[in-house]
Design a protein around this ligand. Structure first.
Ligand SMILES: *[C@@H]1O[C@H](CO)[C@@H](O)[C@H](O)[C@H]1NC(C)=O
Ligand SMILES: *[C@@H]1O[C@H](CO)[C@@H](O)[C@H](O)[C@H]1NC(C)=O
Ligand SMILES: *[C@@H]1O[C@H](CO)[C@@H](O)[C@H](O)[C@H]1NC(C)=O
Ligand SMILES: *[C@@H]1O[C@H](CO)[C@@H](O)[C@H](O)[C@H]1NC(C)=O
Ligand SMILES: *[C@@H]1O[C@H](CO)[C@@H](O)[C@H](O)[C@H]1NC(C)=O
Ligand SMILES: *[C@@H]1O[C@H](CO)[C@@H](O)[C@H](O)[C@H]1NC(C)=O
Ligand SMILES: *[C@@H]1O[C@H](CO)[C@@H](O)[C@H](O)[C@H]1NC(C)=O
Ligand SMILES: *[C@@H]1O[C@H](CO)[C@@H](O)[C@H](O)[C@H]1NC(C)=O
Ligand SMILES: *[C@@H]1O[C@H](CO)[C@@H](O)[C@H](O)[C@H]1NC(C)=O
Ligand SMILES: *[C@@H]1O[C@H](CO)[C@@H](O)[C@H](O)[C@H]1NC(C)=O
Ligand SMILES: *[C@@H]1O[C@H](CO)[C@@H](O)[C@H](O)[C@H]1NC(C)=O
Ligand SMILES: *[C@@H]1O[C@H](CO)[C@@H](O)[C@H](O)[C@H]1NC(C)=O
Length: 533
């Protein structure tokens, strides 16, 4: 009796010691249904843990090229998640832009490849469907932290996880209270082939994105996340995808809030022309030795062409349209209206009215000079900058899409918050005419203005911290919103056009201004939009 009590005691204290040991020595190992992931600590922010390589779907290679993503099988495979995997197949354009020449850290890392290579991105591969996860170092399976799931931008032709200014370590370090995930998804011809042989099945990126969210929902608890507290956020193409998600998955959104930075379902780019043998896919196929009348043979043949040959042909053809022959027929592989993942503007408007949208709180953002870095600038006369009237016109398109989106949301009483990023800090906007360009708000939210070379001002630091805190507040409890004086946006208010948060303008961290001050040009006759408030 005594003997067995001693043994029991010994066993209990041994088990106790064992569980202590596993907790402290093994903070970097997380078990999930689809595998065991071994992460690392960030060297700059040792209180942040990262898992840079986490597959969320079966590799879309071989016969799975140009098919919907497939859910992973159960697995105990152990993954080294201390380094990033490749981004999805993409091309490094030879067309000179400020992105390649004058701004640093905003493009996918290709380890030494020229930023104007005119070749397939060296660090891209078809086996690319992975996410990366950043958590506080002390997070455990009991932490139940809110989760931000981020979709990178890149115009549906480029982008992915491995972009230096879109890494969230600084932000997670500051809050020690949330998890951030970023996502690789297919782009360009690998996402939107619109091939004859697919009978209208295309738009693979939105399906990738959903599968990534499903993986997170199923497995994030082990990393310290709460699956009931996911906010989907995106920028640019990732932003419009985030907004479209609310319609496609309105009956079963899984997420509880969303944030769209500079891109919306309303006003999104999409085509619905099915051209059969005159289609762009067949044009590419014919040039790559897959010249078949039969649509299935064309598709099968194209599935055997190496990824790099396809990327180089499509990319170089597209570059030639700017650099060699501006009158050749265009080529684009983009979202296709399929009444499932992508709808027309009119359909989106009808869906708002019919409430066929997930009724979740949402934050919408635009930047004051969206288009300054997006429209081509005269490369041989850089100091002049791009045409100012084009900058205003194209910026207004995005701003008015935000206005229309807010109006449609307000009409059916969906909680909506609105920000404008208007800072002009020289290390992130190193050319005078850039100002608050499309993308530059990401430096603030991610806290990566700290890695952009040049002078960093106190105002820049304070502005970034404020933007991080507001966004964190919002994802922490979307039902109360970003808080701290930031009211819900009521664009239908006939006197003010509602209230929005303006960040970084005029020497101030944040100001709450009238919606009409920003969006008045969308609906008040004679009103002029200001790109540098
Ligand atoms: C590892 O986890 C334990 C238990 O949660 C925690 O006390 C410890 O601080 C963590 N270690 C690091 C380096 O964060
Ligand atoms: C730590 O985070 C910073 C900022 O995001 C990043 O530049 C750096 O590469 C990270 N270090 C590691 C080891 O991941
Ligand atoms: C498309 O239709 C053809 C002919 O009906 C069929 O053989 C093929 O399997 C279909 N492909 C897909 C992707 O549905
Ligand atoms: C690509 O498709 C567009 C229509 O979407 C068409 O106008 C264009 O001629 C096609 N380009 C090529 C190279 O076939
Ligand atoms: C692009 O233009 C170059 C120069 O005219 C030409 O040699 C090349 O074949 C073109 N490439 C494609 C894919 O159209
Ligand atoms: C440019 O493209 C147009 C349209 O395809 C063609 O007619 C013309 O010959 C091309 N010019 C050159 C210089 O290749
Ligand atoms: C951008 O960088 C290129 C290459 O360094 C330089 O020639 C050009 O003047 C810069 N453009 C601007 C607008 O500063
Ligand atoms: C460059 O642009 C400026 C401002 O528009 C103009 O005054 C100047 O003549 C241009 N220079 C050249 C070489 O085109
Ligand atoms: C916003 O909606 C109005 C009314 O439907 C429409 O006239 C306008 O073109 C829309 N603006 C944009 C940028 O789509
Ligand atoms: C941004 O600030 C710089 C000086 O710091 C100024 O020269 C430039 O004109 C400003 N650009 C815009 C678009 O406001
Ligand atoms: C419009 O906004 C102003 C300022 O926030 C507020 O005082 C007023 O009550 C609002 N009007 C309506 C009808 O909501
Ligand atoms: C704004 O004006 C319209 C038309 O007069 C009216 O229907 C609406 O109720 C007003 N909205 C607010 C918030 O006052």
């Amino acid at each position: 009796m005594l003997k067995s009590a001693v043994i029991t005691l010994l066993f209990i204290s041994y088990a106790q010691a064992w569980s202590d040991w596993t907790q402290t020595a093994d903070n970097l190992t997380v078990h999930t249904r689809t595998g065991v992931f071994k992460g690392g600590f960030n060297d700059t922010y040792p209180d942040v843990r990262h898992f840079k390589f986490v597959p969320y779907a079966k590799p879309p290679v071989g016969d799975r090229r140009w098919t919907p993503p497939e859910r992973l099988e159960d697995s105990c495979e152990v993954y080294d998640s201390t380094v990033f995997g490749p981004v999805c197949p993409q091309y490094v354009s030879a067309v000179p832009t400020v992105w390649a020449l004058n701004i640093t850290g905003n493009l996918v890392v290709n380890y030494g490849e020229s930023l104007l290579a005119g070749l397939v991105a060296q660090n891209s591969a078809e086996d690319c469907l992975t996410i990366s996860i950043w958590t506080p170092a002390t997070a455990t399976a009991h932490s139940k932290l809110p989760v931000i799931h981020f979709l990178t931008g890149g115009g549906d032709v480029t982008g992915g996880i491995n972009i230096p200014t879109q890494l969230p370590a600084n932000w997670v370090h500051r809050t020690q209270g949330h998890i951030v995930i970023t996502t690789n998804y297919r782009v360009n011809i690998f996402s939107y082939p619109n091939a004859r042989g697919l009978n209208g099945s295309t738009n693979f990126a939105p399906q990738d994105q959903r599968m990534a969210v499903e993986w997170v929902h199923e497995n994030i608890a082990g990393f310290g996340g709460d699956p009931s507290k996911i906010t989907l956020w995106g920028q640019s193409a990732g932003s419009s995808s985030t907004d479209q998600y609310l319609f496609t998955w309105y009956k079963d959104p899984i997420i509880r809030a969303s944030i769209s930075s500079s891109g919306f379902a309303i006003g999104g780019r999409a085509v619905n022309d099915y051209l059969g043998t005159n289609g762009n896919f067949t044009f590419v196929a014919k040039h790559l030795g897959c010249d078949f009348e039969d649509a299935q043979l064309e598709l099968q043949c194209m599935r055997r062409v190496p990824m790099a040959r396809i990327e180089n042909f499509v990319g170089q053809y597209q570059d030639n349209s700017t650099l060699v022959n501006t009158s050749q027929p265009t080529m684009a592989f983009t979202r296709n209206i399929d009444n499932k993942y992508v709808f027309t503007n009119a359909q989106y408007e009808a869906k708002y009215l019919a409430r066929e949208i997930a009724p979740l709180p949402k934050m919408l953002g635009t930047t004051a000079r969206e288009a300054s870095a997006l429209i081509p600038y005269p490369i041989h006369n850089a100091s002049a900058g791009p045409s100012e009237s084009l900058i205003v016109a194209q910026t207004l398109t995005t701003v008015c899409n935000a206005y229309n989106t807010s109006m449609l949301r307000n009409n059916i009483d969906l909680p909506t918050y609105r920000y404008q990023w208007a800072g002009n800090f020289t290390n992130i906007a190193p050319v005078d005419w850039l100002g608050a360009y499309h993308y530059s708000d990401l430096y603030m939210f991610f806290g990566t203005y700290l890695i952009a070379p040049g002078v960093i001002t106190d105002l820049e630091i304070a502005t970034s911290e404020s933007m991080q805190d507001y966004l964190f507040n919002f994802v922490n409890d979307p039902t109360v919103g970003p808080g701290d004086g930031w009211p819900a946006y009521d664009v239908l208010n006939n006197t003010t056009g509602g209230t929005l948060a303006r960040f970084g303008a005029d020497g101030q961290v944040v100001q709450f201004v009238n919606g009409n001050d920003v969006e008045g040009a969308c609906h008040i006759p004679g009103d002029v939009y200001d790109t540098t408030p």
